[in-house]
Design a binder for this molecule. Structure first.
Ligand code: GLC
Length: 506
């Protein structure tokens, strides 16, 4: 069983308290020498978000816009088209096989960031999330919806959509944008592309019959098997460079255990030096000393002020006042995140004097199990079914520990939000969790995705909680951790520079 290490503070990790973010320098305005980048994404927290991709797509383009001329390409969901911002039509894509023609609109966000909107009412203006209907069922025409999106990204990149602006590079995200790299290749357009994998388990797999309607040429061999067709697999083979959202996950996905059947192609891309791990950042709004969502904002060391948040969030969630540790879960309620393990370990947590607060929605069976847990332990376990960004922030500020027993985790953002608010993550040492949590210093890691390993982790957490000096030192270390977008932004910019000349010489 792991022991509790005394926190140590190597000098490099000791940094001054978080400073205010730099002034809004030239956001969205072309930097004089920066590359022109089209960032194609199907979620952006400003409008619509299903998971972490939404947060990343809101923050990363802004970080890049300090140096580059970045435009975001987003499907014209209802929230985008009718969100109250003026939309100007600036281009048009032509039909391709059964992919319909679309108008390309442009809107500017308050900070100047430019968003290109792919407008097609029938495809994108629907109730529900980007990928599923209001009942949680995948849209039956997702192949057409996201092939149209990918094709449009490629057409804009190739200068065929009538826009006065043309990117030097296409930055794609996950399976819904992955085919863009293929359309470019099939047409011989030599625009470099970066494809970022946020979660390899979601691949966009469709029946091979969709080939002709999506305009996939017969000669295209990158999809391999004839039985099904994976958008992501096509993108992995054709993008100029692949990234994923942590260094550990980049290594893990080249192995069969985490490769989701695509490890061979990923090993090949890594051997070519074309697969890079870059850990995500969190945006500057995650500042416990100035967050308007909190009852009692606090800085490092102001633990009395912090405790007030613990009292308030207990009351808000209907938990009893208590002196024991409060554990939070801010997550999609899905198997990947280990919610089943949390449900199994929860009685022990409660018996030891802890409390548990969960927020999120996801797989119906797991939601039911989570709700049953809250019913079994009233005042000790609370489950908020849904999502409320303000409440999530108050949970990070009021809870003592954040549970993340994810079976795998490409990056994870919640652990970094928690650290910024002095809530110590207790997490499975995998993927980005391993890269962002220093065990015994800025959180606690346990080695296996198993209930036994989680239980040992919980015992360690109780012991840390019983030592106020240690707890305070770890909270402070977590809050001083720098997880801003500056460093990831710099690494993406470096990557862009690296692949542009290479491509030009090819
Ligand atoms: C996905 C991953 C998560 C990552 C996020 C943003 O949701 O599951 O680990 O943090 O994408 O990259």
């Amino acid at each position: 069983m792991p022991t509790i290490d005394r926190p140590h503070f190597p000098p490099a990790r000791r940094r001054p308290a978080r400073r205010a973010p730099p002034p809004d320098r030239a956001r969205g305005t072309p930097a004089p020498h920066g590359e022109r980048v089209l960032f194609a994404t199907t979620e952006m927290a400003d409008f619509v978000k299903a998971g972490g991709l939404g947060d990343v797509s809101s923050a990363l383009p802004r970080a890049l816009a300090r140096e580059h001329d970045v435009r975001v390409l987003l499907p014209g969901y209802r929230a985008v088209v009718h969100g109250g911002r003026p939309l100007r039509i600036v281009g048009r894509t032509r039909p391709h096989h059964e992919l319909p023609a679309c108008a390309v609109g442009e809107l500017r966000l308050r900070d100047g960031l430019c968003v290109l909107v792919l407008c097609n009412e029938a495809l994108y203006e629907r109730d529900g999330s980007p990928y599923v209907d209001a009942q949680g069922r995948e849209w039956s025409d997702n192949d057409l919806r996201f092939a149209t999106f990918s094709h449009a990204a490629a057409e804009i990149a190739a200068g065929r959509a009538g826009l006065p602006w043309r990117p030097d590079l296409l930055h794609l995200n996950d399976w819904p944008g992955a085919l863009a790299a293929c359309y470019l290749d099939w047409r011989g357009d030599r625009v470099p592309s970066v494809l970022t994998i946020h979660n390899l388990a979601y691949q966009g797999v469709f029946a091979p019959g969709c080939r002709s309607r999506l305009g996939i040429p017969e000669r295209a061999a990158e999809f391999g098997t004839r039985r099904s067709l994976s958008f992501l697999k096509g993108g992995l083979a054709n993008a100029s460079h692949l990234t994923t959202v942590s260094e550990t996950y980049a290594r893990q996905i080249t192995e069969p255990a985490h490769g989701c059947g695509l490890d061979a192609v990923l090993r090949k891309r890594m051997a070519e030096g074309r697969l890079t791990g870059i850990v995500n950042g969190i945006d500057a709004s995650w500042d416990a000393s100035r967050d308007p969502a909190l009852w009692s904002p606090f800085a490092v060391g102001e633990w009395t002020r912090r405790r007030a948040n613990g009292r308030e969030v207990r009351a808000e969630l209907g938990l009893l006042p208590g002196d024991g540790p409060l554990f939070a879960v801010v997550s999609r309620i899905v198997q990947q995140k280990g919610l089943d393990m949390i449900c199994e370990a929860a009685p022990q947590l409660v018996a030891a004097g802890g409390q548990l607060a969960l927020i999120g929605r996801g797989e119906p069976a797991l939601e039911r199990r989570t709700a049953a847990l809250a019913q079994r332990f009233p005042g000790r376990v609370a489950y908020w079914h849904g999502f409320d960004g303000g409440l999530a922030r108050r949970m990070f500020a009021g809870a003592d520990f954040l549970l993340m027993p994810s079976r795998y985790e490409p990056c994870g953002l919640s652990q970094m939000y928690a650290q910024a608010y002095g809530c110590l993550p207790l997490a499975h040492a995998t993927g980005g969790l391993r890269d962002t949590i220093e065990d015994g210093v800025t959180g606690l890691l346990f080695p296996d995705a198993s209930v036994g390993s989680l239980r040992h982790g919980l015992q360690r957490a109780f012991r840390v909680f019983a030592e106020p000096m240690l707890l305070g030192a770890m909270r402070g270390a977590a809050m001083l951790e720098q997880h801003g977008w500056e460093e990831p932004g710099r690494r993406y910019a470096e990557l862009y520079r690296r692949i542009l000349p290479r491509q030009a010489a090819a």
